[in-house]
Design a protein. Structure first.
Length: 226
């Protein structure tokens, strides 16, 4: 449920971007959103890898099956992180996504156009602002980006257990600290975690190539490739 909820927030945040950002700035807006998605991925992996239960005041996070079944690294902590991230993302989305109230039977398109948020009319005349100005120049857009990052953070905390698969199935390690193969397990978890962080950072860096790819492939080509 947390996974589905967080993915839903990602879709909502992109829909909010379309509503708030002027059409001529959609490319820059989605580039920044992808950049922050990668930042949320990396942050979520790092947060999920923190051994919270090793602290005395958080010892209650250690489940009874830990030590008996491999890959049980702070299960409760990971779900708490996912839950908090989803709640914060949902709250941010609800606070941002306020649409103007209109009469359903008015049929007056001009009246609807007059009620478009000011943020959507900032660049009507072909004006192009820098990506940093887009993010910091409007609180609503900055809030949408925050919701995107929180959604990815909440979602990826549950995916930390992919590292357990790598450690056991690929490195053939054993989670039991008393086992002579525990060294392989630890090495597998560390390497898999590093690979996930690098993947997230590469995804963020790839977003910077969107403008050039759009020029070469066109809108449809870029969409199909993504």
């Amino acid at each position: 449920l947390l996974d589905a909820g967080s993915n839903g927030m990602v879709v909502v945040s992109r829909a909010l971007l379309v509503d708030i950002v002027p059409p001529e700035q959609h490319l820059q807006a989605f580039s920044v959103a992808t950049l922050l998605s990668g930042a949320g991925l990396a942050t979520g992996y790092l947060a999920g890898a923190v051994p919270f239960s090793s602290y005395p005041e958080l010892s209650w996070l250690l489940t009874s099956v830990c030590g008996q079944a491999g890959g049980c690294a702070d299960l409760r902590a990971a779900f708490i992180i996912a839950f908090v991230g989803t709640v914060l993302c949902t709250t941010a989305t609800m606070l941002i996504g306020k649409e103007p109230v209109t009469e359903p039977d008015s049929g007056d398109r001009q009246a609807l156009a007059d009620e478009v948020p000011e943020a959507q009319t900032l660049a009507r005349g072909g004006e192009r602002r820098r990506v940093l100005d887009i993010v910091l120049g409007d609180k609503a857009i900055a809030g949408v980006y925050l919701a995107t990052m929180l959604a990815w953070l909440g979602w990826i905390s549950v995916q930390v257990y992919q590292t357990h698969f790598v450690a056991e199935e690929i490195y053939r390690g054993v989670a039991d600290p008393a086992s002579p193969f525990n060294v392989l397990y630890v090495q597998g978890v560390q390497d898999a975690s590093a690979a996930l962080v690098v993947n997230a950072l590469l995804m963020s860096a790839a977003s910077l190539a969107f403008p050039g790819m759009r020029s070469a492939l066109g809108d449809r080509g870029l969409w199909m490739l993504s």
